[in-house]
Structure formats: C-alpha cells, structure tokens
Design a protein around this ligand. Structure first.
Ligand code: HEM
Length: 267
C-alpha cells in the first residue's frame, strides 16, 4: 500500500513544479491525490482463484463506500494540516527537521513511520481542531445512564466530536489554539483523563475502518511535501470552515510554495 501511495504523491509533486514561488490551492490538489491513492490501493484485487474474487456488484458498493468515506476525509485532513503548518511555521520547521533526520531526501520507509513523533502530534492536533467528520449518529440499544441523563432505548444520538474537541473544560483555556505539544504524552494526559473526549475517527464498535490507511497516507504526503517545499500562508486565503457533510474550507486553502531544492527533487 505504501509504494502505491508514494507513486501518487510523486505524481502530484511533479505537477507542483510549475507553482514554484507561486500560490497554489492545495485543497483541490489533495482531492485529486486522495482519489488517486484510493484507486491505486483499495481496488487492485485480482486473486488467481476465481472463487475468491470480489463480485462486481460488491466491488461497486465497496467503491462507493470507500470513495465517499475515504476521499474527502483525507482531503480535509491534509488541507487543514497544511493550513496550520503554513501559519505555524515553527511547527513546520520542526516537522521538516524530523523528516530529514529520519529519511533525508529519500522516500519514506514504512518501518520508520512510527518514529514520526512530531508529525503524529501535528496530525492529532489538526484532527482535534478540524475533525473532517464533525459529527455522527449512534443508536442506543438499551436504556443507559449518561451522567445526569437517562437515555431510553432506541433513540438516535447526534454526537459531535467538534464540540467536545474544543471544550475548554477538557482541553483548557487554550482549547482553540494549535498546540501539538498537547499530544506529547498519552491522550489521557491531553484530555485530563477523559480519553473518550478525543475521537476524530468515532468511537466504539463502528469506529472508522480507514483510520490506519488515512493516518499512514497523511504522513507520507506530508513527509514528501516537507522534503521538497517550505510553504507559507497566502494573503488571499479567507478562513471559512463550513460543514458540507464534512468540515471543509469554503474557499479552498491557498499557500505559497518555496522550493527547497533543484528541479530534480529527492530521489
Ligand atoms: C482523516 C480521515 C478520516 C476520518 C476523520 C474518518 C472518520 C470517520 C468517522 C468519525 C466514522 C464514524 C465512526 C462511528 O460511527 O463511530 C467513520 C466511519 C467509517 N470510515 Fe472513516 N474516516 C477517515 C478516513 C477513512 C478512509 C480513508 C476510509 C476508507 C478508505 C474510511 C472508511 C470508513 C468506513 C467504511 C466507515 C464506516 C464503518 C462502519 O460503519 O462500520 N474512513 N470514519
């Protein structure tokens, strides 16, 4: 899965060469990238045993689910993360130092992805402030006590992680600020022992099946961008997060790219 992800990112970065020192709208770029990554990874199933092959109708259904659940969520995560790093260039520099220390200018190696502590904290904090899926619905199977409330069986609960993720009672008075260092220890420490207060991928038995795919994918994309570019906030950007099913930037995300190396780029 990782080699296919790397090919997709390389193709995107090839096309970025024409934006050197210019503004680029990354949100649309990441939408196309996410489509390409999912196409290359999820649907290359060609088992020699015909009985094990996926049925065409099942394949179509899986395609719909994965494209809908996966494409825009990854796009949203990458877009907000790039925006936050374009604003907080100190964190961008720290992330790049970590990348260069681990991978130099080579493509990322799967074995070392777990050593990316700074980038993991940045992704966690981006998902806290801008969770792509801001809310989801669960159903109570039986009567249940929730704090001072008794919830009857069979009701639908609208659960918003966005609200909980920004609650100063849990995260402190700086709940609205980008501070990846919150995640330098356990989630329990960041949430004052309310581990269930951080759930960008949902919670419980229906938690997101694409969690690993999305976080590994996001790390690879960020590593490969950071190796090649510094990016800064563009004055044309207008901050307008809107909930259009997912949390998206209404007017896209414009940043300025500054190339860090010759036209050849990393090998
Ligand atoms: C940053 C990226 C992503 C975020 C924030 C995210 C978030 C979520 C959330 C909040 C849920 C609902 C969990 C619940 O109801 O408790 C969910 C479910 C799901 N996600 Fe993701 N997701 C992401 C990426 C992906 C990707 C890449 C895929 C597949 C390629 C995917 C596939 C699914 C599927 C199939 C479900 C339904 C699981 C079920 O109902 O059993 N997601 N996701």
């Amino acid at each position: 899965m990782i080699p296919e992800m790397i090919v997709s990112v390389e193709l995107m970065l090839q096309s970025w060469k024409k934006y050197q020192a210019k503004e680029i709208e990354v949100s649309e770029e990441f939408r196309l990238l996410a489509t390409d990554i999912i196409s290359r990874t999820a649907f290359a199933y060609h088992d020699v045993d015909e009985n094990k092959r996926i049925l065409v109708q099942d394949l179509i259904d899986e395609c719909k689910t994965f494209y809908i659940a996966g494409q825009e969520t990854i796009n949203s995560l990458l877009s907000w993360t790039v925006l936050l790093l374009a604003i907080h260039t100190d964190w961008q520099d720290k992330a790049r130092e970590e990348v260069i220390e681990l991978f130099g200018h080579q493509n990322p190696h799967p074995n070392d992805l777990s050593k990316l502590h700074t980038i993991s904290r940045i992704i966690n904090e981006a998902l806290r402030l801008y969770p792509p899926t801001v809310a989801f619905i669960s159903r109570s199977e039986r009567e249940v006590r929730l704090g001072k409330f008794i919830l009857p069986a069979n009701i639908q609960l609208f659960i918003s992680n966005l609200v909980v993720h920004r609650d100063p009672g849990i995260w402190g008075d700086d709940a609205h600020l980008f501070k990846p260092e919150r995640f330098s220890g356990e989630v329990a420490k960041a949430t004052s022992n309310n581990v269930a207060a951080y759930f960008p991928f949902g919670i419980g038995p229906r938690t997101c099946v694409g969690f690993n795919f999305a976080t590994v994918g996001a790390k690879i994309v960020l590593i490969m961008i950071l190796q090649r570019y510094r990016f800064t906030f563009s004055p044309t950007y207008v901050h307008s997060p809107v909930i259009n099913f997912l949390l998206v930037p209404q007017h896209g995300i414009q940043v300025i790219l500054h190339s860090l190396q010759s036209d050849e780029g990393p090998s």
